[in-house]
Design a protein around this ligand. Sequence first.
Ligand code: N01
Length: 557
Amino acid sequence: MGRVNGDAERTSEVDYLIIGAGVCGLHQLHDLLEIGADVRVVDANSGLGGTWYKNRYPGCRFDSESYTYQYSFSEELLQEWDWKERFAAQPETLSYLEHVADKFDLRQHITFDMRLVRAEWSEDDLRWTLTFENGQVIRAKFVLYAMGLLSVPTYPRIPGRGTFRGLETHTFDWPEGYDVTGKRVAVIGTGASGVQVITDIADKVESLSVLQRDANWCAPLGNAPISKEEMQELRERYDEIFAWCRETPAGFIHRPHRTLSTDVTREERLRHWEELYNGQGAGLYMGNYRDCITEPGPNRELSEFVAGKIRERVEDPEVAELLIPKDHGFGTKRVAGESGFYEVFNQPNVELVDLMAHPIHEVTETGIRLDLGSGEFRDLELDVIVYATGFDAVTGPFDRIEIIGTDGVRLKDRWKDGPETCLGVQVSSFPNMFVLVGPQSGSASANFPRGIEDVVNWMTQTALYIEEHGIDRFEGRREAEIAWVEHVREVNSKLLMSQTRSWFNGHNINLERDEKPRVMVYLGGAPRYRRRLTEELENGYPSFLLSSSAVSATLST
Ligand code: N01
C-alpha cells in the first residue's frame, strides 16, 4: 500500500485488502505477497491471531490435534516448530501465529485497531471504499473478508445485565490474566467454551455455579504433552498426515469408517466405542461408523453408550441426568472435547443449576437471581459472572458492517432471511468482494487451517488469473448462487446435524427457539468443496462474471 491521496491524508489505496489478521488472513497475506500482489491486512484488534488473540479464558485450547492445526505451506516452518501438547492451549497457538508473522515478515503489511464500519462499491471506478471507526478510509480493488466465524460474542438478554458490581465477562472478552482464585463464580453456558473454562477454574474458585440451559455432549480429549521423540516422529510424517487430513470430511485426522455400525455385532461396536472414548481427540465424533451421525437408530445407541459414561463419572445420579442431553443425539451438534469436566460436578464447591427448571430472573448488583416458581426466588451471591453463551456466528461479523453493493443493495438486506453465496466465496451484486471465511463455505465446518487452505489456494490462483487477464470486475452469478444454496441445503439435510439447534444452523443469536434454521455452513466435506472450487479454476470461472475494462470485453459470459 502506501499511495496516499494528497487532499485526504487519511485515505489510501491498495489492490487487495484483507479484513482480519487471524489464521486465514495471515495465510492469505503470505500467499498474495508470494505472487507479488499489492496487499494489506487490517484488523480491529490490537494484535494478530484473531480468535487466538481474543479467547484468553482459562482452559482455552484446541480440540483438534495441534500438528494438524498448523500451516503446511512451508517445510521450513513445519520442521522448526515444536508443539508442546497434543492439543495446544491458547498461549501456545498465539505464539505459533506470531512466530509465523515474524518469520515471513508479515507484520509490516498489517494495520491494527482498524474496525471496519462501512464498505461501499463504486461502479464508476470499480473500487471499494472502506471506512473505519477511527476515520481512516481505504480504497481497494478487491476486498477479502477473513473475519472469523466466531468473532462476535452474544451476551444473553437478561434483565439487569450490566448492573452487577463484580466482573461480568464473556469468555471471548476475558480480561488478560484475570485470576479467579478464591472467587465466587457463575458460568452460564455449557458449550465448548463453557466446558473448558468450567473444568479449568473449578478447583481454584471458592464456589462455582454452572448455569445450564440444554446439556451438550462431550467426550474425553485425551490431551498429553508431546515428547521430543513423538515430535520427531510426527515431523517425519507430515506429508502423510496432511495428505490424509485433506481427504477427511472435516480436515481432521479422524475419518468416518466405511463400515456401518449395523455391519458389526453389538459387542464389537461397544469395544470400538470404548477404544474411541479412551483415545485422543474427536475420534468418537468424527472417526466412528458413518451411520452414527446420519441414522437415528445407530445414533441413539451411541448416545446411550456415552450417557452411560456420564452416569459412571458423575456421583450424584440427578446431576448426571441433567448433564445428559435429551434434545439431541451425540455428534449431531459439535461435541466438546473435555478433560475432567464431569468429575468437576463431584467437587463440593461446584453446583449445577438447571435453568430449564429455575430460569434466570435477573442479574443484580451482587449476583444472579433465579426464579424458583410460585413467586419464589434464590439469590446467587457472586464475584464473577462468565457468559459462555456463544457467538452471533458466521454472519454476525458481516451484519455489523454497512456493506453496500451495486445499486445501493445492502448485504444485511440480501441476507435478512439467511445468507446466500456463490460457492461460499462471493455474493452476487457485490463485485470484487471475496468471502474467505463465511457462510456456506467448506472452510466453515473444517479443522480451520485445513479448510482455510482450500479457499486461500483458490483465492491466490484467482488473484493470479485476475492479474494475468487484467480483470477489474469479478462477480458471482445469481443463478450459480441459487444453485449453490440449494446444493448446500440438500447435502446438509442428509445429516442429523441439520436438525439440531446450534450455531451451525444459525441458532446463535438469541433467535426465537422455533425460528427457521438457516443454511450457515457447508457440511458436504472439504474434499468435495475443494473439487468444486477447482472446477471453477479449470473451466474459466463459469459461476462468475468476469470483465476487463482494459480490453473492454467480458471474458466469461
Ligand atoms: O458456544 P455454544 P461456545 N441463557 O454456542 C448457552 C468453538 N470453540 O462458545 O444449548 C442460558 O456452543 C447455550 O445453551 P443452549 C466451537 O466451534 C472451539 O461454547 O443454547 N444459556 C450453550 O450451552 C464451538 O462449537 C474450541 O441451551 C445460554 C452455550 O451457552 C464454538 O466455538 C473451544 C443462553 C453456548 O454454546 C462455540 O462454542 C471453544 C441464554 N440466554 C469453542 N444463550 C476449541 O476447542 C446461550 N446459552 C477449538
